[in-house]
Design a protein around this ligand. Structure first.
Ligand code: SF4
Length: 141
Protein backbone atom coordinates (compact mmCIF):
# COMPACT_ATOMS: atom_id res chain seq x y z
CA UNK A 1 0.00 0.00 0.00
CA UNK A 2 1.26 3.48 -0.87
CA UNK A 3 2.35 5.51 2.16
CA UNK A 4 0.51 8.72 2.77
CA UNK A 5 3.22 11.22 3.67
CA UNK A 6 2.28 14.84 4.24
CA UNK A 7 4.66 17.76 4.57
CA UNK A 8 3.54 20.33 7.13
CA UNK A 9 4.74 23.82 8.04
CA UNK A 10 6.29 23.08 11.43
CA UNK A 11 4.70 26.08 13.16
CA UNK A 12 1.23 24.62 12.46
CA UNK A 13 2.09 21.67 14.69
CA UNK A 14 3.23 23.85 17.55
CA UNK A 15 6.95 24.24 16.93
CA UNK A 16 8.14 27.65 18.03
CA UNK A 17 9.81 28.46 14.71
CA UNK A 18 7.76 31.52 13.83
CA UNK A 19 9.66 34.82 13.39
CA UNK A 20 8.55 35.98 16.86
CA UNK A 21 9.55 32.73 18.55
CA UNK A 22 5.96 31.49 18.79
CA UNK A 23 3.90 28.96 16.80
CA UNK A 24 0.65 28.68 14.83
CA UNK A 25 -0.73 25.47 16.36
CA UNK A 26 -3.79 24.46 14.35
CA UNK A 27 -6.15 21.70 15.51
CA UNK A 28 -7.68 21.21 12.04
CA UNK A 29 -4.19 20.30 10.86
CA UNK A 30 -3.75 17.89 13.78
CA UNK A 31 -7.08 16.21 12.89
CA UNK A 32 -6.12 15.98 9.25
CA UNK A 33 -2.78 14.26 9.82
CA UNK A 34 -4.05 11.58 12.21
CA UNK A 35 -2.73 8.20 11.10
CA UNK A 36 -0.47 9.70 8.46
CA UNK A 37 3.26 10.10 8.24
CA UNK A 38 4.36 13.68 8.54
CA UNK A 39 7.49 15.57 7.54
CA UNK A 40 7.97 18.95 9.17
CA UNK A 41 9.50 21.82 7.27
CA UNK A 42 10.34 25.39 8.18
CA UNK A 43 11.93 26.95 5.12
CA UNK A 44 13.09 30.05 6.95
CA UNK A 45 14.89 28.08 9.65
CA UNK A 46 16.23 25.65 7.02
CA UNK A 47 17.66 28.69 5.23
CA UNK A 48 19.68 29.60 8.30
CA UNK A 49 17.49 32.32 9.73
CA UNK A 50 17.28 32.07 13.48
CA UNK A 51 14.26 32.10 15.74
CA UNK A 52 13.22 34.64 16.74
CA UNK A 53 14.16 36.66 13.65
CA UNK A 54 13.29 39.95 12.04
CA UNK A 55 10.14 39.47 9.92
CA UNK A 56 10.51 39.52 6.14
CA UNK A 57 8.21 40.30 3.24
CA UNK A 58 8.39 39.73 -0.50
CA UNK A 59 8.87 42.95 -2.43
CA UNK A 60 7.27 43.96 -5.72
CA UNK A 61 10.53 43.12 -7.51
CA UNK A 62 10.56 39.58 -6.06
CA UNK A 63 13.35 40.10 -3.53
CA UNK A 64 12.75 39.22 0.10
CA UNK A 65 13.76 41.95 2.53
CA UNK A 66 13.56 41.88 6.27
CA UNK A 67 12.04 44.77 8.16
CA UNK A 68 15.49 46.31 8.63
CA UNK A 69 16.04 46.35 4.87
CA UNK A 70 18.45 43.41 4.71
CA UNK A 71 18.09 41.25 1.59
CA UNK A 72 17.39 37.68 2.75
CA UNK A 73 16.39 36.30 -0.66
CA UNK A 74 19.28 33.84 -0.66
CA UNK A 75 18.33 32.38 2.74
CA UNK A 76 14.74 31.97 1.53
CA UNK A 77 16.00 30.23 -1.61
CA UNK A 78 18.27 27.86 0.33
CA UNK A 79 15.52 27.04 2.81
CA UNK A 80 13.11 26.31 -0.02
CA UNK A 81 15.56 23.93 -1.72
CA UNK A 82 16.30 22.14 1.56
CA UNK A 83 12.56 21.77 2.22
CA UNK A 84 11.98 20.43 -1.27
CA UNK A 85 14.85 17.93 -0.96
CA UNK A 86 13.60 16.68 2.40
CA UNK A 87 10.01 16.27 1.21
CA UNK A 88 11.02 14.49 -1.97
CA UNK A 89 13.41 12.18 -0.11
CA UNK A 90 10.50 11.22 2.17
CA UNK A 91 8.30 10.34 -0.81
CA UNK A 92 5.90 13.13 0.00
CA UNK A 93 3.72 14.86 -2.59
CA UNK A 94 1.20 16.76 -0.45
CA UNK A 95 1.73 19.65 1.91
CA UNK A 96 -0.21 21.66 4.45
CA UNK A 97 1.27 25.13 4.65
CA UNK A 98 0.79 28.22 6.80
CA UNK A 99 -0.91 30.86 4.72
CA UNK A 100 0.23 34.48 4.82
CA UNK A 101 3.92 33.68 5.26
CA UNK A 102 6.57 34.93 2.81
CA UNK A 103 7.76 31.30 2.69
CA UNK A 104 4.72 29.12 3.21
CA UNK A 105 1.81 31.36 2.15
CA UNK A 106 -0.21 29.62 -0.53
CA UNK A 107 -3.09 32.08 -1.06
CA UNK A 108 -1.95 35.32 0.52
CA UNK A 109 1.23 37.11 1.51
CA UNK A 110 1.95 40.50 3.02
CA UNK A 111 2.38 43.26 0.47
CA UNK A 112 6.04 44.09 1.12
CA UNK A 113 5.45 47.36 2.97
CA UNK A 114 5.37 45.93 6.52
CA UNK A 115 2.03 47.62 7.09
CA UNK A 116 0.01 44.46 7.84
CA UNK A 117 -1.65 44.52 4.42
CA UNK A 118 -2.22 41.16 2.74
CA UNK A 119 -2.46 40.60 -0.98
CA UNK A 120 -3.10 37.53 -3.11
CA UNK A 121 0.13 35.68 -3.69
CA UNK A 122 2.38 32.81 -2.74
CA UNK A 123 5.43 32.54 -0.57
CA UNK A 124 8.81 31.50 -1.98
CA UNK A 125 8.64 27.88 -0.77
CA UNK A 126 4.94 27.40 -1.53
CA UNK A 127 5.34 28.52 -5.10
CA UNK A 128 8.39 26.26 -5.65
CA UNK A 129 6.53 23.26 -4.17
CA UNK A 130 3.54 23.89 -6.41
CA UNK A 131 5.85 24.14 -9.41
CA UNK A 132 7.44 20.81 -8.38
CA UNK A 133 4.01 19.14 -8.50
CA UNK A 134 3.05 19.10 -4.81
CA UNK A 135 -0.61 19.23 -3.90
CA UNK A 136 -1.27 22.01 -1.39
CA UNK A 137 -4.05 20.94 0.98
CA UNK A 138 -6.10 24.00 1.86
CA UNK A 139 -7.20 23.89 5.51
CA UNK A 140 -7.63 27.67 5.66
CA UNK A 141 -4.56 28.06 7.81
S1 SF4 B 1 8.60 29.60 7.43
FE1 SF4 B 1 6.71 28.43 7.29
S2 SF4 B 1 6.99 26.80 8.80
FE2 SF4 B 1 8.49 28.37 9.26
S3 SF4 B 1 7.48 29.66 10.77
FE3 SF4 B 1 7.11 30.58 8.79
S4 SF4 B 1 5.13 29.77 8.14
FE4 SF4 B 1 5.89 28.47 9.79
Amino acid sequence: MKRDVIGVSACLLGLNCKYNGLHNLNFDVIDHIKGKEVVLICPEVFGGLGTPRIPSEIQADGRVLNKKGLDVSEQFKIGTLRSLDLLQAAGCNKVILKDGSPSCGYKTIYDGTFSHLKIKGMGIAASRLLEAGFEIIDLDT
